[in-house]
Design a protein around this ligand. Sequence first.
Ligand code: FA5
Length: 363
Amino acid sequence: MSSDSGSSDGELRIEASLAAFGPRAVAAFGTAATEQELRFARAEILGKKGELTAILRGLGQAPADQRRALGERVNGVRAEVELAFEARLSAITSALRAADLNAAPFDMSLPGRSAERGHLHPITQVSNEILDIFRSLGFEVAWGPQIELEEHNFTKLAFPPDHPATDMQDSFWVKVTGAPSDARVLLRTHTSNVQVREMSTHTPPMAIVSGGSVFRRDDDVTHSPMFHQIEGFLVDESVSFAELKGVLTEFARRLYGPSTPVRFRPSYFPFVEPGAEADVGCVFCSEDDGTRATCRVCKATGWLEILGCGMIHPDVLTHCGIDPERYTGFAFGMGVERVLMLRYNIPDIRLLFENDPRFVAQF
Ligand code: FA5
């Protein structure tokens, strides 16, 4: 039997496709393990480009008098497939919920996760500790700039013009646009600039301590181009080397322990006369137990250098407007990183600046 726009062959083909389609769709839903897989399968089967749409398009090949019945069959199959989809969806959702319910119970009484707290960098911690010791000895804290005039960093501190520290190789000189051509500016190479600034603006008696970053063209395991110093000085009538020794010995014992041996060795700095270096007994070894001979920190000497010091040179007092006939004073300066490296036996100064949390969290 034929009609003008369809054939019974077409009808048979549609019947066959429909008969195979239903079970195949239900089986595809059955293999979907997650909601996402299931929705994907549904789109493939029932979507615009899906198999059922193709069957519907084929209705035109069936005899005209059969098309309505076939159309109804297609819709019937679609409804069955939709039902199978809903059933599978609810099975997946219930399985998920059951897994949730059967999982280890959530303990509402557990303490919350606390936020991690940071702390001050070890350099700041030890700087504060040193400043506190001097504060408790009666010193006042003052600060100076990191970008400084040559006059405050070198000239008034009686550095001769050809001193190696003033060389282009040792200092970071800074070009300041618009500054007078004779105003030479650099990143301060030490905190001794605070001596000049404070002594030029105050009259004795004064006992000042200061700290902060300083800069030099250095770079190796014990020297960094940026590091920190603490500087102190005391000016009054009849201050002698005895006061210097008393104050610095007390400082060293408060920092390293009450029985720490302290010694002073002659040394040279242009802005002090006499100049000295202070050493403390090595905290890592002892002669008694034989560890001294192999101590790498003090190189078997038993002493660790901790600071430079001396009586303020009369020329420096004069440059700052203080009468050296009436006043005398002492000054000292130390590297903060060195104090830390000695205290914790830190082998490389760069560890202090890399800020690796595994390192800084140990302080
Ligand atoms: C001075 O800087 C003097 N201003 C100290 C002073 C003040 C002496 C007052 C007398 C009176 P010196 O160049 O030695 O001195 O440096 C002091 C300390 O800074 C050194 O002992 C060392 O611990 C530290 N230091 C020097 N260069 C570096 C560097 N590149 N990196 C880390 N620490 C350094």
